[in-house]
Design a protein around this ligand. Sequence first.
Ligand code: BES
Ligand code: ZN
Length: 667
Amino acid sequence: MHIASGKRPGWRLALGFLAGVLLIAMLAIILGLNACSPGSAQDQTPTAIVARTLDDHSYARPQEARVRHVDLDLTADFTAKVLKGTASLTLDTTANAKHVILDVKALDISSVTDASGAPLQYTLGALDPMMGEALTVELPQGRQKVVIHYQTTGDGTALQWLDPAQTAGKKLPFLFSQGEEINTRTWIPTQDSPAIRQTYSARIVVPTALVAVMSADNKLTPKGEAVPGHPNQRAFRFDMDKPVAPYLIALAIGDIGFKAEDRRTGVYAEKAVLDKAAYEFADMGKMVDAAEKLYGPYQWGRYDVLVLPPSFPYGGMENPTLTFATPTVLAGDRSLVSLVAHELAHSWSGNLVTNATWEDFWLNEGFTVYFENRIMEQVYGPDRAAMLRVLGYQDLQTDMKTLNAPGGHPEYTRLHPDLKGINPDDYFTDVPYEKGANFLRMLEHHFGRPKLDAYLTGYFHRYAFQSMTTEAFVVDLRQNLLHNDDGLEKDLKIHEWLYDEGMPDNVVLPSSPALDEAAAAAKAFAAGGDVKTLNTTDYAYPQWVYFLNAMPDTLTADQMASLDAQYGFTKSHNDEILFAWLMLAVQHHYLPAMPALETFLTTQGRMKFCQPLYAALMKQADWGVALAQKIYGEARPGYHYLTREAVDPVVNPPAGSASASSPASAT
Ligand code: BES
Ligand code: ZN
């Protein structure tokens, strides 16, 4: 062909020829590979790799029949403490799909029908204590919809039903859900895998005094609507028109009010704490703006935060459009708002691009910790951000030490662990968070921010509303950041970072002069210095935490008392500072702080605070064990299932266990 054109300049002709030769060579290679090993001819694009990946924590077989949309119609019965109603699932199926497999656990299923109400055959597989059961529903030809009629049971792990006494207002009950990682199947019968994205809609019926909110558009029925024949109930409707991982479907019901922050952000909370919450999170709008400047448009419409009652077991949960947050960040001085930056960042890393399996959890959390810190730097300046990086690194070192200790789990120091047969909750340590963030900081250090930021913006854009595995991420990284430079990939130790235990030696150690100062002050004090001579004016909260963490375990009773007299730690309103102080107080048997310890442990149930404090008490054989048991006896009924799971083995170690502490502390 190029010969016939005749008029082409010589170099073009040569190029055309070369391209032709290359094409033939490539074809030959592909055909050749195909002939000798069919496996290696598989599509190696990131999307194809993800599509082939199996999720060990779900029974679903999405290649045959996949849930596309979930429509819930549920009534909340606060007397029986159950949700009851239907889940109507819209499916995508292959032409000859005979059935669809769903994940269910602790659900009471009364029937399964098609859209017209005609019964469908179904079977429940063997019950696995972690995974639950496979619900297999037969699909007569052409059926694209199944309706499951069911109610939740007390054995479920996603829902916590709170009595009025466990709320801030004390008058009305409360309900919230927590889906991540594999708990959604205990309140919604669906395919509970993060790689199976689903849109959802819901009608939630509640007692008229209560309000329902979800991780969806909450403005459809702001006051609820009448429920025919049920004057004491009202119904709220929700719609999430973007496909989300099922662990992100979330519901809360309570005496909930709303206060706007700016045009697209606001705060939901029990009415009793609404003003306090609105004050605390006043910078939400600025954070969303900063996040968009970093990595592209916020894709979810509104961004609101719901402040939950104090038994919420996590710091925060990134439910789309509506972050769920612990009230323990309401310090009164906006000092703990990095939690909002974190959950907001998940709107990109986690909710937009989602870990495809729980072995890829670091893609959610590591990216998010990196992103969170960039938002904090943007809004509060580089010094503050540096302090938070150092605190995070300190937490990572503590967890690494525990994981590497005899009887620990060194294999959990990998970013990509093997979790087959293991509850992903057991892998909840600082490793995916902080080692993951430090991996990106290493890349930042090598490539510079403009290049890494452009890469990350492109990554969120390329895989928006898709799920991602570690393996597929590496393919994308090679193509778009490493430019297929094998030598560079080796130099940067990419494989070691993602797949090996421990910390590679090209980690960029974070540093903060402000924290160095705080550590020096602690050292001077511990060495006998007078507390009055310490220059701690204007300390930011990370400095206080670092100051307390830097104290040795050999302080005298007088030293503890003088610290408390000078700084009033026992009365601190900042729960991070209070926690660091109480840890020190337990270690030093500082009795004046024990009433505050008891109050702290009986008025909030955040795992990160509870588990380490009980573990510290249990180490004090002569006095702490009895106190831990007494306090736990009182507090346990009010704790969330997850907090009980974390503390039970600590306070009542199972017979025969050598140590009272669980394998890894919560982050
Ligand atoms: N997605 C997590 C919470 C989570 C993790 C729930 C694993 C269930 C299983 C959330 O984004 C998170 O990381 N929360 C942290 C706070 C954050 C500031 C580090 C928490 O709750 O401690
Ligand atoms: Zn997170």
